[in-house]
Design a protein around this ligand. Structure first.
Ligand code: ACO
Length: 409
């Protein structure tokens, strides 16, 4: 049976403990806090610990969203996980989230639309719930970008960080609320402006592709900037029109947190004052698909969203993709307090005869271990300190949060 509406009932986020500041990056590449902050608005970003993965971070955000919604893990019918930094190419990261949250019945799949992935996933979830296909869909954005960055390339390594955010979208018998309008676009003209050249079927991984650094994210910053400033505004305006609203009806914009200059430019061009825009890029940098749901969870938990508010999610990213969704908020913001009871840990099983290479980029390991002490130095995933050089050792369970990972017997 078709519900009368599809509403956000849960929200949650997770940011790993490790902090990487602009000053830290200035020790690795020829840059400065002043340059990075002036051009991007970023002061620091988070870095996942060795035992964390996109799945374990996504699972913690998901558990928080499920708790906020007042649901149990098994109430979730479908898990959509947006990421461009999956745990593996096969299987989906969503499958591991299903395991980590302890759900036994959901379908699970990944969504690939780079930084727009959460908005794409959200619009997909909305259609699934409204059609009557599922009652509760978990939409997650989880990214572990620091493992795909070239820490000798100052034009990219300063921009990105790790983290995860999630919402639960639920069928409701009440009319109104939820997604009022959306716009999703893809422009392949920009396909090679943000890309990872090798590792896929067009250029399979080999010693040569690795030695040429083709498994790192590459980006044409100026072209991306131009596209973003143009498209974010037009995508948001189209979604607002589809909702039958105007900019004046929007209480809060929750944009993709790539660059403060981009956000301010777009707000100016849409005639929106920055008081109606949620910004946290200074603390997390660009967390790609995780950026909008992290910002949403923080905005709601800090009292920036009230019942009846119209809010806009808007994002752009590799592809080039962009997406916007206008949502009428219906949940009690106070429910966010339930997420605090969720212990920030998650684990997934590994094959008994396999273990990952040391996952943290060696350039970061020392800096982070010194700054964050045991949070990043321990627990160490044993193996080589060189990326891409796995060593045989005991299997471990990937785990997330402040407790050491479980080691299988
Ligand atoms: N520190 C110091 N100097 C730098 C740095 C740095 N970290 N990076 C670049 N520079 C230098 C360049 O070498 C260049 O020097 P030159 O003039 O001597 O050649 C100069 O600064 C200007 O370089 P630009 O690339 O033109 O700098 P710009 O002002 O465009 O800022 C930036 C670069 C911040 C990357 C900007 O272009 C930007 O934000 N672009 C959008 C990126 C983005 O939002 N991506 C999100 C999508 S990602 C996804 O979907 C996964």
């Amino acid at each position: 049976m078709q519900p009368r509406s599809a509403r956000i009932t849960g929200w949650g986020m997770y940011a790993p403990e490790g902090v990487l500041t602009n000053e830290d990056l200035a020790r690795l590449v020829d840059t400065s806090d002043e340059w990075i902050f002036t051009r991007t608005g970023i002061r620091e970003r988070r870095v996942a610990a060795p035992h964390e993965t996109a799945a374990t971070m996504g699972a913690i955000a998901a558990k928080r969203a499920i708790a906020t919604a007042g649901l149990e893990a098994d109430d979730i019918d479908m898990i959509l996980l947006a990421t461009c930094t999956p745990d593996y190419w096969l299987p989906s990261t969503a499958a591991f989230v299903k395991e980590a949250i302890g759900n036994r019945r959901a379908a699970a799949m990944d969504v690939s639309a780079a930084c727009s992935g959460f908005v794409y996933g959200f619009a997909t979830a909305d259609a699934m719930v409204r059609s009557g296909m599922y009652r509760h869909v978990l939409v997650i954005g989880s990214e572990l970008l620091t493992r795909f960055l070239d820490f000798t390339d100052r034009s990219t390594c300063i921009l990105f960080g790790d983290g995860a955010g999630a919402v639960v979208l639920s069928a409701s018998d009440e009319p109104g609320g939820g997604m009022l309008g959306a716009e999703l676009t893809t422009d392949p003209e920009g396909a090679y402006f943000i890309w990872m050249p090798s590792g896929g079927s067009a250029s399979p991984p080999s010693a040569q592709t690795v030695s040429r650094g083709e498994h790192y994210i590459r980006m044409e910053g100026r072209e991306t900037y131009r596209y973003a400033t143009k498209t974010l505004a037009s995508t948001a305006v189209t979604a607002i029109e589809r909702a039958g609203l105007t900019q004046d009806d929007i209480a809060l914009f929750v944009p993709h947190q790539a660059n403060l200059r981009i956000i301010e430019f777009v707000a100016r061009s849409m005639g929106i004052d920055m008081g109606r825009v949620y910004v946290n890029v200074e603390r997390y940098g660009n967390t790609s698909a995780a950026s909008v749901p992290i910002a949403l969870a923080e905005a709601v938990d800090s009292g920036r969203v009230q019942i009846g508010d119209n809010i806009v999610f808007v994002a752009f990213g590799a592809g080039f993709t962009s997406g916007a969704a206008v949502v009428e908020w219906t949940a009690d913001p106070a429910n966010g307090v339930r997420a605090r009871a969720v212990v920030p840990t998650a684990s997934v099983h590994l094959p008994a005869d396999w273990r990952a290479a040391a996952p943290v980029p060696p350039e970061l390991a020392d800096i982070l271990a010194r700054r964050n002490g045991s949070a990043l130095a321990e627990p160490e995933v044993p193996g080589s300190s060189q990326r891409g050089a796995p060593e045989p050792a005991e299997p471990v369970r990937a785990a997330s949060g402040s407790v050491p990972p479980k080691v299988t017997a």
